[in-house]
Design a binder for this molecule. Structure first.
Ligand SMILES: [Zn+2]
Ligand SMILES: [Zn+2]
Length: 180
């Protein structure tokens, strides 16, 4: 009988568990809305990641066109991203986004950039890119045929130091995975 004094009854346990469940739900509902309007995800994205649909633009030129800001006749292009809803982002130059800065072919494409908008900024940290052609989505990357390495590094190949090819493979909408 002494045993029951320290026993947590099933009722108490249920009460504790439901309290926990409620706090988990409240926490999830309380998650703040991000500044960036994420596009409808077309594939799997990790937590906190958004997909921006648009094109790479030269920010000084775009700001000059939109707001009449000063545009020096000779200026160094400063690349950013303009989404289809007209929102501008500064692109953080990293090993993942390097291609956007050095490869004109990427800047001519309609793109979906996957990554994060850094807190309290309008700076986009890209981790993956896709291209869009006639409504179809393609995985976009560089590939070394010799080493069979898929990378976002515009080259030369990190392994054999040879040139890498820009590749586009169609992503099947139903599966969200690239087809080779
Ligand atoms: Zn420019
Ligand atoms: Zn290689």
């Amino acid at each position: 009988m002494r045993h029951f004094r320290i026993h947590i009854g099933p009722g108490q346990l249920f009460f504790w568990l439901s309290g926990l469940a409620v706090s988990v739900i409240l926490f999830a509902a309380d998650e703040p809305k991000r500044g960036a309007k994420p596009e409808k995800p077309k594939g799997a994205v990790a937590a906190g990641e958004v997909q921006l649909h648009g094109r790479v633009v030269c920010l000084p030129e775009a700001m000059h066109e939109l707001f009449g800001t000063d545009l020096p006749t000779k200026h160094e292009h400063h690349y950013g991203f303009k989404t289809s809803d007209g929102t501008f982002y500064t692109l953080l130059r990293t090993k993942w986004s390097e291609g956007l800065f050095v490869d004109q072919r990427l800047r001519e494409k309609e793109l979906i950039l996957v990554g994060k908008v850094l807190p309290k900024t309008q700076i986009f940290d890209m981790t993956a890119m896709r291209s869009v052609r006639n409504g179809a989505v393609f995985d976009l990357y560089y590939y070394c045929d010799i080493c069979a390495i898929k990378t976002l590094d515009p080259g030369p190949c990190m392994c054999c130091r040879g040139p890498v090819q820009l590749k586009e493979t169609k992503i099947e909408p139903s599966r969200g995975t690239p087809t080779e």
